[in-house]
Write a protein that binds this ligand. Structure first.
Ligand code: CA
Length: 242
């Protein structure tokens, strides 16, 4: 029998947490609740969860801090649940390493679509990892290693969130080919425009550029094709993987 996926809800408003947990369990997941940031962080780091739903305004430690601290040690998918537009903007501007966000009020259908998409992607990656050792993809001084889920630049590990990595890998596997933001949203985040926000793609691209480009304002790797979208430049490899 397949084990139930486990979701951690970090939410201080007890009635909201209860409704979330009720609906999540109804969908066939296991659900635990943490009512403050510290407890949320502790539980998330136990490593038994497949996804974390994270509120931002929390007692003891806010959601941004919790997210950053989880990311030091864990790649568990994190979805921010935000109450306000300003928070949404902060998420988009911040490099917290969250995989997604959803703005309150949201429909439960929308939330579950995101939960499922994020879990599917993360478990898909793990399944792929066991499958085969694949040769790394080398682009310029970047080495994208599918077996280790890592990207190195000049031999140095680049710190990436899951979606950063997914996006680079996808574009590297389709080198030189441009994809629209809508298309990338569907392929990388796993849901259509109705559920997603194409700005998510732009934010991820600019975050990746800060990490891999010498001058993020004048990118050489992750390029924009005007009127179409984004692509990874086909630069001949400059060094071999050590
Ligand atoms: Ca709250």
């Amino acid at each position: 029998m397949q084990e139930k996926k486990r979701i951690l809800v970090v939410e201080d408003e007890k009635n909201i947490a209860a409704v979330l947990a009720y609906n999540i369990r109804k969908e066939g997941y296991e659900c635990e609740i943490a009512y403050d940031g510290e407890t949320g962080l502790e539980k998330a780091l136990e490593g038994s969860f497949d996804l974390v739903l994270l509120d931002i305004m929390l007692p003891k430690m806010n959601g941004f801090e919790v997210c950053e601290k989880i990311r030091y040690r864990s790649e568990v998918p994190i979805i921010f649940v935000t109450a306000r537009e300003e928070e949404k903007d902060r998420i988009l501007g911040l490099e917290t390493g969250a995989d997604d966000y959803i703005t309150k009020p949201f429909s439960f259908k929308e939330l579950m679509a995101r939960v499922k998409a994020n879990i599917r992607r993360s478990s898909g990656e793990i399944a792929k990892a066991v499958e085969v050792e694949e040769a790394p993809i080398c682009v310029g001084d970047l080495v994208i290693d599918k077996t280790r889920f890592s990207v190195k630049k000049n031999g140095e590990e680049v710190e990436l969130s899951r979606k950063d990595y997914d996006l680079i890998l996808f574009l590297a596997e389709n080198l030189g080919k441009a994809y629209s933001r809508e298309d990338l949203l569907q392929r990388i985040w796993g849901y259509d425009n109705y559920y997603g926000d194409i700005r998510t793609v732009d934010v991820t691209v600019s975050r990746i550029r800060k990490k891999i480009e010498v001058d993020p304002g004048q990118p050489e790797y992750l390029l924009t094709r005007r009127g179409i979208g984004y692509y990874l430049n086909d630069i001949p490899p400059v060094r071999e993987e050590n």
